[in-house]
Design a protein around this ligand. Structure first.
Ligand SMILES: [Zn+2]
Ligand SMILES: [Zn+2]
Length: 341
């Protein structure tokens, strides 16, 4: 590969394998920076895009929205951002700033938001162009591959955790996490650090994920259809399985909360009203704001998180997605472009 080329993995339609592609290097426009990617996390949302669970744009997509790299070119008007600076690019890539949601400080719900690795080319690539306003500084105590999963798994986990705590009345002592993958393994450590007892629910028989949860400080780990030893103040659902909604409501105390953290979930089955009765709350978390990003990354700087990375060369992105779908690793998959050139 020549240094003037862009190299990346492109998805042309749902259900297809990714295609290796080369193009001339993109040039950043006004307000944009170009980043030489050093690591990009693989998120379950990427899998939903590949599997056709999300609306597919009218153009080919470069997936990837947990991007770490170094700025290598800047357009006009990018503030303090400068070449060689290490930065991260998350899921929220652009908002209008004018719609009702944006004006209310809820840019995560912007009606015409554009997302990295969906409407905008993402980080399964050697380089990415990003809007300078949506680029995040990264804490120095993480390597590039460790920092990548922070940018979605960490951020969305943080937003879900904060919402769960607020909905449960601010007092979160017993927390359940359903699906112990990339997001749960990070937010579990934040919760344990805050003095919370973490209960990890996994697929039945997933001894590796349960052992990983205990190793990170969970007081209990078991199958998702088993009752934990204590009623939960709140539960966060990271697994995209609708049956988990009534299962979680069943083990949450009155006044507690269940928060669904994924962008897609299979249908929620009907359930008796008694499971919701008692002022239990059921909510979803959508996307994230730049303020979430800054808040979580401050936390990650202060609470040293152990990030379990499963490394793949960029060209093996399909294999990483297959392994994520099948649950073949614990922690977070990370693509490394340097291993593919
Ligand atoms: Zn807007
Ligand atoms: Zn994500």
């Amino acid at each position: 590969m020549g240094s003037a080329d862009w190299f990346g993995m492109v998805l042309t339609a749902p259900g297809r394998r990714l295609t290796e592609s080369r193009r001339p290097l993109p040039t950043p426009g006004p307000g944009q920076v170009r980043i030489a990617v050093t690591a990009c996390g693989v998120c379950r949302t990427d899998l939903h895009l590949v599997d056709g669970d999300l609306a597919f744009p009218d153009h080919p997509v470069v997936p990837g929205h947990e991007i770490v790299g170094r700025i290598d070119a800047v357009g006009d008007g990018v503030g303090d951002l400068a070449p060689n600076q290490r930065v991260g690019v998350p899921w929220l890539g652009w908002t209008c700033g004018r719609c009702e949601a944006c004006r209310r400080g809820r840019e995560n719900l912007c009606r015409i938001a554009r997302f990295t690795g969906w409407q905008l080319d993402g980080g399964y690539a050697s380089h990415v162009v990003a809007d300078a306003r949506y680029v995040l500084p990264l804490p120095a105590n993480y390597t590039d591959e460790q920092a990548a999963p922070l940018l979605c798994a960490g951020l969305i986990g943080h937003r879900a955790y904060t919402m769960a705590r607020d909905l449960a009345g601010g007092d979160l002592q017993q927390l359940g996490l359903y699906g112990f993958g990339a997001a749960a393994h990070l937010i579990a450590q934040v919760a344990v650090h805050a003095g919370c007892a973490v209960h990890a629910f996994t697929r039945a028989g997933d001894a590796a994920a349960q052992a990983h949860a205990r190793q990170l400080g969970a007081v209990w780990a078991g199958a998702s259809d088993v009752a934990p030893p204590a009623p939960l103040d709140a539960a966060i659902l990271f697994a995209p399985v609708g049956e988990l909604v009534p299962a979680a409501l069943r083990v949450v105390r009155p006044g507690g909360a269940v928060v669904c953290a994924g962008i897609h979930m299979s249908d929620v089955p009907s359930f008796p009203y008694a499971l919701l009765w008692g002022e239990r709350r059921l909510a979803s978390v959508a996307n994230l704001t730049r303020a979430d990003g800054l808040a979580f990354l401050r936390t990650a700087a202060a609470v040293p998180l152990s990030v379990a990375c499963h490394r793949y060369p960029l060209a093996a992105a399909d294999r990483a997605l297959d392994d994520l779908r099948a649950g073949r690793f614990t922690g977070a998959a990370v693509l490394l472009p340097a291993d593919s050139q």
